[in-house]
Design a protein around this ligand. Structure first.
Ligand code: SF4
Ligand code: SF4
Length: 243
């Protein structure tokens, strides 16, 4: 069975939020929209976002690192959010494995949100309907778009190309090769949900800086120093411009 998914390279993500804003832009006017923003300029703003980047520090000062961790629905192969839904609004498509919510059937009871171990569902404050990442199902099959644009908005927007999209059940797909070659992993596999989305782990890079590399060859200050220094007895700028 085809299982579409995202593969996110944590080595490459710089936490710029381009995926977050492009997701919001596309989906707020798409079939899952609109995605409300309540009280956006007030004290307690809330908003519906299908994709959020969580940024946190790891390690102990002074040896800390900043991790940017984009997270959206992982389109689990065994999604606990589906069987708990009392109305059948929450479902997984057989054709491509995408997990969706039927807005006509959803009563906003939040059972699915409690069942999801990843906090991936968003109850829209305005419509009171549950929403979540659709893998941009309303664009990836849109034949009016050029083929190279039939990808989720977040994948197209990422300036670092940290996001890949494809069928994780096809061993020859770009995503499967990346998972295989870079040690891709699933989030919290102990829950048995078999998330389709995968992450490529961060690798520790040892950077050896040699003494002579600490001085930039094109350092403008170095060039300034090569020029003859003004005579200390020359008048200063203050002296020549004051009257
Ligand atoms: Fe359901 Fe959460 Fe898995 Fe998405 S990440 S399929 S909402 S359990
Ligand atoms: Fe189903 Fe909607 Fe309730 Fe979620 S909030 S369990 S999709 S009816």
């Amino acid at each position: 069975m085809t299982q579409l998914a995202l593969v996110i390279d944590l080595n490459v993500c710089v936490g710029c939020h381009a995926c977050v804003t492009s997701c919001k832009e596309w989906n707020t006017s798409g079939t899952a929209g609109y995605l409300s923003d309540m009280n956006p300029y007030g004290k307690d703003p809330t908003g519906t976002f299908f994709n959020r980047v969580q940024t946190f520090e790891v390690g102990e000062y002074p040896n800390t690192e900043t991790v940017h961790f984009p997270k959206s629905c992982l389109h689990c192969e065994d999604p606990p959010c589906v069987p708990v839904c009392p109305t059948g609004a929450s479902y997984k498509r057989e054709s491509d494995g995408i997990v969706l919510v039927d807005s006509e059937k959803c009563i906003g009871c939040s059972y699915c949100s409690w069942a999801c171990p990843y906090g991936a569902r968003e109850l829209d404050d305005h419509s009171r309907i549950m929403k979540k990442c659709t893998l941009c199902v309303d664009r990836i099959y849109d034949e009016s778009l050029p083929e190279k644009e039939r990808k989720p908005a977040c994948v197209l927007a990422c300036p670092a190309e940290a996001r890949l999209f494809g069928d994780v059940n096809d061993p020859d797909s770009e995503v499967s090769i990346a998972i295989r070659e870079s040690g891709g992993y699933q989030l919290m596999p102990e829950w048995g949900t078999k998330p389709a989305n995968h992450y490529l782990p961060r690798h520790k890079a040892k950077i050896a800086i040699h003494e002579d590399e600490l001085t930039r060859a094109d350092n403008p200050l170095s060039k300034e120093r090569q020029k003859p220094m003004p005579d200390s007895r020359d008048p200063t700028l203050d002296e020549t411009t004051s009257w």
